[in-house]
Design a protein around this ligand. Structure first.
Ligand SMILES: [Zn+2]
Length: 110
């Protein structure tokens, strides 16, 4: 139970740290709390879990399983970093995928 709770917490805390300390490169003059909200809002990508049966499986690695967590999708999110208008959302999605990947590694070590 500890890992899933920490995982969810990291989906809020890590974007906050990136927004707060990323400076102008991340925020580009915008309020860091707004950027934090945008980065965290990319958790909406987890709606693809609703397509799975069961919807929640604590020992299932999201990466490569759910459609919006597939490797092609992660590639698209990474490419979004190249385009200024899509960069923040892309950054939020890449952070999300990295955290999901960390969760998968932790799962395998258990
Ligand atoms: Zn996810």
């Amino acid at each position: 139970m500890f890992r899933p709770v920490l995982h969810l917490l990291l989906h809020v805390v890590v974007p906050g740290i990136v927004a707060r300390f990323g400076g102008k490169r991340v925020c580009g003059g915008r309020d860091w709390k707004y950027v934090w909200f945008l980065l965290t809002a990319t958790i909406i990508v987890d709606l693809d879990h609703l397509l799975a049966v069961p919807v929640y499986a604590p020992d299932r690695c999201s990466l490569g399983f759910h459609p919006l967590h597939s490797y092609w999708a992660v590639s698209v999110y990474s490419l979004m970093l190249l385009f200024p208008k899509a960069r923040l959302i892309g950054l939020g999605l890449v952070i999300h995928m990295l955290l999901d990947g960390l969760d998968c590694v932790w799962m395998k070590l258990e």
